[in-house]
Design a binder for this molecule. Structure first.
Ligand SMILES: *[C@@H]1O[C@H](CO)[C@@H](O)[C@H](O)[C@H]1NC(C)=O
Ligand SMILES: *[C@@H]1O[C@H](CO)[C@@H](O)[C@H](O)[C@H]1NC(C)=O
Length: 368
């Protein structure tokens, strides 16, 4: 079968299109787990060097387009209806115009260098191929941060379709991270906002604590969201206000573990920010994380009783998380006595004092 494929390439593309039904397409668009990769692509009996090289050459244009900030050139690599899962928080981008715009915006503050490494190109049929390509992407800061770098390690899992003009385009991409983004996340901050936090006298080394240390998912994120997450986690009140005033939505969904800035501020215990988000910006008090934890249960879990008191005064709902743990359960399990006292002082329904579950998962849900 594989040998016959080679001779088929001599046929015109119209003839090839007629044959497409004959070939199964065992390409997959689901994310492939790393363990399966070595056995998923057995060495072929015969390779198709022409198609393989065409794909390799096309893929080489990707770093040129991104690093050259020529995002329009991505149309030489992706089909116009391509679907690309760039993982959280960029997530699924489609069609091509959205891929271009989102990548352009998310890389606006940095210059980049993308390096390809280990690569496998599997020509599945005359019309279909799958490739796996390791990459390392360096993101360099600008201005005072020009010697700082944040590096992403991952792989592109691409599905290719041969076009009617004989060229190959990516129709589906999964970008899978193989590590956290390593290095100085602050390169993603715009220079203006960065200098604002420093009162004009920037000292990058003073701001090196990375959000990784705080347990955040720090994949390359939509700029405003990463900035406000950093500002909130690090308690930069002025920067957080500036970002909200410049249009970042106070209820925007952030990568784990924060989910919203209110949730992040409740976790770190920053009462001033909590008050600002709620009173001035109308933060959603009941917005739950994926595990169902509300800002109130975060504050309870971390024992920030002043915030608990403030949220209850503002009418924060005392709803249970997905593990059926009400804030009062969280306070009891984690022995947050002051928070428990505050909850009871606000007249918590004594029914919820009944301990429903004592599973470790409940306890972890209540932590970060
Ligand atoms: C760093 O920022 C300060 C304050 O704005 C400025 O005076 C200085 O020239 C900057 N240095 C570089 C290398 O950009
Ligand atoms: C996108 O990729 C991530 C892994 O990188 C995966 O967890 C997620 O389920 C994918 N999303 C979709 C919609 O396929």
């Amino acid at each position: 079968m594989q040998l016959n494929l080679l001779s088929l390439f001599a046929l015109s593309s119209t003839a090839l299109a007629d044959l497409s039904g004959l070939f199964p397409s065992p390409v997959q668009t689901d994310v492939i787990d790393f363990f399966s990769l070595p056995t998923l692509f057995p060495p072929p009996v015969a390779v198709d060097p022409i198609a393989t090289e065409a794909i390799r050459q096309t893929l080489a244009l990707y770093p040129f387009a991104i690093d050259g900030k020529n995002f329009d050139a991505l149309s030489k690599i992706f089909s116009s209806d391509a679907v690309a899962n760039y993982s959280a928080p960029l997530n699924v981008l489609t069609p091509l115009s959205s891929i271009k715009e989102t990548l352009k915006a998310s890389l606006a503050c940095v210059t980049t260098q993308h390096q390809f490494g280990t690569q496998l190109i599997d020509i599945v049929s005359p019309f279909t191929a799958q490739s796996i390509t390791y990459y390392r992407a360096a993101h360099f800061g600008r201005g005072n941060l020009s010697t700082e770098v944040a590096t992403a390690y991952g792989q592109y899992q691409d599905v290719w379709k041969r076009q009617s003009d004989g060229t190959w385009r990516i129709v589906h991409r999964n970008l899978v991270y193989m590590s956290e983004v390593i290095g100085n996340q602050l390169v993603f901050l715009p220079r203006g906002a960065y200098l604002t936090t420093n009162g004009g006298g920037a000292q990058p080394s003073g701001y090196r604590t990375s959000v990784i240390e705080l347990g955040a998912d720090t994949s390359v994120v939509a700029q405003g969201q990463l900035r406000i997450l950093i500002a909130t986690l690090k308690g930069h009140v002025d920067l957080a206000k500036l970002l909200l005033d410049s249009g970042v939505d106070v209820n925007c969904i952030l990568p784990n573990p924060a989910n919203t800035v209110l949730s992040a501020a409740c976790s770190t215990g920053h009462l001033e920010l909590v008050k600002y988000f709620v009173l001035k910006k109308g933060s959603d008090l009941s917005f739950p994380k994926s595990n169902g934890d509300t800002p109130l249960s975060k504050a309870v879990a971390m024992g920030h009783s002043e915030i608990v008191d403030f949220l209850l005064h503002q009418g924060a709902p005392r709803i249970a998380n997905n593990e059926e743990a009400f804030p009062i359960h969280v306070a009891k399990y984690l022995d947050r006595r002051e928070a428990l006292r505050v909850l009871l002082g606000h007249g918590t329904d004594s029914n919820t004092l009944t301990v429903k579950k004592k599973t470790p998962i409940l306890l972890t849900a209540a932590a970060w």
